[in-house]
Design a binder for this molecule. Sequence first.
Ligand code: DAH
Length: 331
Amino acid sequence: MSSYDDLASQALAEIEQADGIDALDALRPGLFGKKAALTEAKKSLGQLDPEQRKEAGQALNAARQQVEVAFETRRGALAASARTEALEAERMDLTEYLGSASPGHAHIVTQTRDRLEDIFIGMGYSVAEGPEVESAWYNFEALNIPEWHPARGSFDTIFVNLGEPEEVMLRSHTSPVQIRTMENQEPPIYIVCPGRVYRTDTADATHLPAFNQIEGLVVDKDITLGDLAGTINQFVKALLGDDIETRLRPSYFPFTEPSAEFDIRGLDGSWLELGGCGMVHPYTLRACGIDPEVWQGFAFGFGIDRLAVMRYQTDDLREFVNNDIRFLKQF
Ligand code: DAH
């Protein structure tokens, strides 16, 4: 009978050592099959005399039952931990990604554009937009830049291979939006037109081949150069602070007469050129079906990226498009 105990404790040890369901199931024939030691022992009961047989039978049953219970218990435990492991391994993380403390923000140029729009909306203007691919009429002709005009050359235009040569282009300034607006809208007109423009420039610290301008256009009655100067002064102060001075300097643009460049003076006392402006040329008003004897207008245009450089004191325009997060997150 003590050999039954030995068989049982040997079986229990094997069960305990099985480190997985498969390993445990592989033990089943050896523990309970036809040739298993406990099965063999049962067969040999028949050789005992009846008295001994009863006692030995009970002991053998008890031993076998003990092994069966241990087997099932172990199997249950192994199944449970296998399931836990699988759940852990296959778990899908459906929690929202909150990342670091910084959720990101608008690009420095977008911030500058938004601020400019806000200022002009506050002055009663609306925001107008136009296509980035333009025809020669909108980009040049209606702006009093006919085909033979030297100013065409100064725009370093990127042409699109479509239609007649040099007929379709990426707009080289936002001034075409003036034309589109005047063609479609009766005066009085008070608009700003921000947007991306293109030129054949190679990227360097002060140039990008794709950059952003904002155009302003006013067409109303009795509009004078004084209104233009006052408007420029007003928005520059709203944007950069009351200490900033502005001035107009004589210049030339085909679509304005007279024309000027406008400069701003920073706290260090030096003058910086910001953009161009002038009184809308009668030719351009007429080209858009507006009678220059009744209506006058002024217009201005400048680079938003360059303004962002001044506003945020950066020193290389290329930083705006490099997508270096260390640069971008400073602003
Ligand atoms: N379109 C000009 C440029 O890109 C800028 C400009 C000058 C716009 C004078 C104007 C203006 O509206 O009146 O160089």
